[in-house]
Design a binder for this molecule. Structure first.
Ligand SMILES: *Cc1c(COP(=O)(O)O)cnc(C)c1O
Length: 434
């Protein structure tokens, strides 16, 4: 196929996400033909190391035989069936497995992360209504939080570039101080700072508990905020505060779930159980769209009734899609068979060791949590983000800096030679741009 022709057709017909389309007058789209392991290949044969896991979804590489074969087998049996009034083996097995992993026994399915956020918010509100507390209609989240971009999810998101334009359409929600350690004051530890933020949360919640339904939070890492990491003590305190003042804690593990932060779920590192957990992204290993909200027996019981209206009357056409569930089951199978959480520890250490080479450059806050690695570049160059992005593509790397934050969030199958290549090339590019 002719390369230029495909690019023109894409620009004519495809409205690309998170993109000012006019920028493609100067920055060409990249037409990807195939993927293998950590590499993407374009139609001219150029290769790109997928250091962002294709937007944080791919865990075990492109063209992964185990996930692919699971989907193929499912495709020969049942591609899809309505989940209202019907059920099927893959969705049951996946729900049971997720219940075991999270300690939350009731799984509600959708296809995207933002839909999972919507479901958790609606369920929380409806729970309080069903239990006679219909004044609890408000939600709180953290400063710089990201929970998706549909209207409900955007209401609890706090990223100006995504939110400001749509503000007239959104429900009001309040944002609590972010425990992101980059905001600590001189002489303060990240733990002290996290506790100070938790105190502010407690004050707000104590005052507004009568109208608050839930606090939604990205556990341990605020990814879209530029991989803002924080001390787990904040989660511990948040759990205590939510319990004390009778509001739900919603853990949005859409980005951090499935091993990203070094444990299967980030909440485990604070030893807490949320009332709701939202999952998506890595759940199918990056193969098919799927999301899930898991919740407690207590929440489930509040909907269980003779009255239809007290039920959770929410649905999406592809809820519990068998192909997506089979991809998720294969993904969970890889975690078990390959002891992924364990082997990622060595990989994470190796990568962080390698990244120490960066400290000779004008950067700050070199940090990592499990398989998320980041640092912030010190520069006055307003074009840095675009220039860096273009330079990495020329070096065969797919990286998407967030402002001046450069992060690596590679598929877990990355090997040491690939880590060396990724870090060495990044150092070289930064030296060129400095
Ligand atoms: C990506 C993301 C979402 C939204 O998921 P989509 O599938 O893009 O709608 C929500 N919350 C967090 C923390 C995310 O990283």
């Amino acid at each position: 196929m002719n390369n230029q022709n495909l690019l023109n057709r894409s620009l004519q017909s495809v409205w690309h996400p998170c993109t000012q389309m006019k920028q493609h007058e100067s920055l060409p789209l990249i037409p990807i033909k195939s993927g293998e392991g950590i590499w993407l290949t374009d139609i001219e044969g150029n290769r790109y190391l997928d250091a962002v896991s294709s937007w944080w979804v791919n865990l075990f590489g492109h063209n992964n035989p185990r996930i692919k074969n699971a989907i193929k087998a499912q495709l020969d049996t049942l591609e899809h069936v309505i989940l209202a009034g019907f059920t099927h083996e893959p969705v049951v097995e996946l729900s049971e497995k997720l219940a075991k992993l999270t300690g939350l026994g009731h799984a509600f399915f959708a296809s995207d992360g933002a839909s999972a956020t919507e479901i958790a918010l609606k369920m929380s509100f409806h729970y309080w209504r069903n239990t006679g507390l219909s004044k609890k209609t408000k939600f709180i989240s953290l400063q710089n939080s990201y929970h998706g971009e549909t209207l409900g999810a955007l209401s609890v998101t706090d990223v100006a570039i995504f939110k400001d334009t749509y503000a007239p359409l959104l429900q009001q929600s309040a944002q609590m101080p972010s425990p992101d350690f980059r905001l600590t004051e001189v002489g303060e530890t990240s733990e002290q700072y996290a506790l100070r933020c938790a105190d502010a949360l407690a004050l707000y919640v104590a005052e507004h508990q009568a109208e608050l339904a839930a606090f939604i939070i990205e556990p341990l890492v605020q990814c879209a905020a530029g991989m803002g990491m924080y001390h787990p003590v904040y989660l511990k305190r948040a759990r205590e505060i939510c319990t004390q003042y009778h509001i739900h804690l919603i853990a949005d593990e859409i980005a951090v779930g499935f091993g990203r932060t070094g444990s299967m779920f980030a909440c485990e590192q604070a030893d807490i159980k949320p009332d709701f957990i939202c999952l998506s992204k890595g759940i199918t290993g990056g193969y098919l769209p799927l999301s899930a909200v898991l919740t407690t027996d207590e929440v489930y019981a509040a909907f269980y009734d003779d009255s239809t209206a007290r039920g959770f009357l929410h649905s999406h056409s592809y809820t519990g899609n068998p192909l997506a569930c089979s991809a998720a089951l294969a993904t969970l199978g890889i975690f078990e068979a390959d002891h992924v959480i364990e082997s990622n520890k060595q990989k994470s250490d190796y990568m962080m060791g390698k990244m120490l080479a960066l400290i000779q450059l004008p950067i700050k806050h070199l940090r990592h949590k499990g398989m998320i690695f980041a640092f912030d570049v010190i520069t006055q160059n307003k074009q840095f983000q675009q220039q860096f992005y273009a330079a990495t593509l020329a070096q065969g790397l797919l990286l998407r800096p967030i402002g001046n934050t450069i992060y690596f969030m590679p598929p877990y199958i990355i090997n040491e030679a690939e880590i060396d290549y990724l870090v060495d090339a990044t150092v070289k590019i930064l030296q060129g741009l400095a």
